[in-house]
Design a protein around this ligand. Structure first.
Ligand SMILES: *Cc1c(COP(=O)(O)O)cnc(C)c1O
Length: 391
């Protein structure tokens, strides 16, 4: 088993991996090197939105590979232009900047916010984020992440971030002032344990942004591109953000990040202010165009219905304590089993789940159907029956 032994021997051990070497996928199933099949409710951490071997996506990326794999951003190419046009048309945002990951898209948002603030007043550079948030692994996005465990070893961290207690209006009002150039939030905290923000808190964030001329940045790296049943989760909250960041689900597995810039900031970045060698790569963008084209109203409605149905079935199980989330971004806690225990048992049963803090996290491909939902729910039902004797 060279995959596992060589990974452990030669790849820096920064991940706690699951003992499976995956070889191929089809639809919502993946197969390991021994040919065992697994129902995949991880989707590469909310990335493989169209599942595996999706026909149009394969055909678009393969055709582009046959034409041209990369050009740099010194030239014009069609796939990225199309993708930017689609993203702007569907959201009302004005400009897009393509990068390669979620952290990088948040770096763009942070740079836009800092320059926006700087143009008003050199001291307007503070960015408020939330406790329990997650914004990425670069030094600056770690600095923006409101969890102490991420603020070790790599100091000095980037200055100018302050954390507001999630869903705490009073704390928000205490920390806002004219030195704040932006507030950056996830609408459903993903890594933080599938925690949706309260509507009243989100409304207060919008209000203080308006009163203090600071930008509203929505980190939609995990929640975006259909995951919650809308193209972007901010639509659930009726927001008009200044910056939206996207990554995970946008490329269906090929690396891409995007920062979408609204009216207020469309002209903030100028030539030389930012760049990326690979950003907007034509093969990745050709695939992302298919992802966006797939996100029709019908498809998004299906995601909502499947998500609601999945949540309802999970809540009906005796051993389930709570179910949170929006669309197909779902967190589950159990009365007498830990998330880790459930994930380990499910793997033995041929179903792959994620964890997020104390929750089992479900991020299936967005193409799942009744059969996949039944299979996942039955798996959990069996685990509960065997382990704690409930059904
Ligand atoms: C995953 C994630 C990121 C980081 O994305 P990478 O592609 O790993 O850099 C940032 N923000 C949120 C909300 C995420 O879920």
């Amino acid at each position: 088993m060279t995959s596992i032994t060589w990974t452990n021997e030669y790849i820096t051990p920064t991940y706690s991996r699951i003992e499976i070497a995956l070889e191929k996928g089809n639809g919502y199933y993946v197969f390991d090197e021994e040919g065992n099949r697994y129902l995949d409710f991880t989707a590469g951490i909310g990335v493989n939105s169209l599942g595996y071997q999706h026909k149009e996506w394969l055909s678009a990326t393969q055709s582009q590979l046959n034409l041209l794999q990369h050009t740099s951003n010194l030239f014009y190419t069609n796939p990225g232009a199309q993708l930017a046009q689609k993203l702007c048309t569907r959201t009302g945002m004005k400009h897009v900047l393509f990068v390669n990951s979620g952290a990088e898209s948040n770096e763009v948002a942070i740079k836009v916010a800092r320059k926006y603030g700087h143009q008003k007043d050199p001291n307007k550079h503070k960015i408020l984020t939330l406790s329990n948030s997650f914004h990425g692994r670069t030094v600056t996005t770690l600095s923006a992440t409101g969890q102490d465990v991420f603020h070790q070893y790599f100091d000095p961290f980037t200055e100018g971030f302050e954390f507001v207690q999630t869903n705490n209006l009073e704390d928000l009002r205490t920390k806002i002032d004219q030195s704040v150039c932006a507030i950056m939030i996830e609408l459903v905290q993903g890594e933080g344990g599938v925690v949706p923000l309260d509507q009243t808190f989100v409304e207060a964030v919008v209000e203080v942004c308006e009163q203090n001329d600071c930008l509203l940045i929505i980190d939609e790296v995990q929640t975006g591109i259909g995951r919650t049943g809308k193209l972007f989760a901010y639509e659930h909250f009726g927001l008009k953000p200044d910056v939206v960041t996207s990554a995970k689900g946008l490329g269906n597995g090929l690396p891409i990040g995007a920062a979408l810039l609204g009216e207020k900031v469309e002209h903030v970045l100028e030539p030389g202010d930012h760049g990326s060698t690979f950003g907007g790569n034509p093969v990745v963008a050709a695939g992302a165009n298919v992802v966006l084209d797939t996100m029709t109203d019908n498809f998004l409605t299906q995601i909502t219905e499947n998500g609601d149905w999945l949540k309802e079935k999970l809540l009906a199980l005796d051993g389930v304590e709570s179910v949170s989330g929006l669309g197909l971004m779902i967190g589950v806690t159990f009365k007498s089993l830990s998330a880790k225990e459930v994930v380990a048992k499910a793997k033995e049963e041929g179903v792959l789940f994620l964890t997020a803090k104390e929750k089992v996290r479900l991020l299936p491909p967005l193409i799942i159907d009744e059969q996949a939902i039944d299979e996942a729910v039955n798996c959990i039902k069996n685990i509960l029956k065997v382990e704690v004797g409930v059904s």
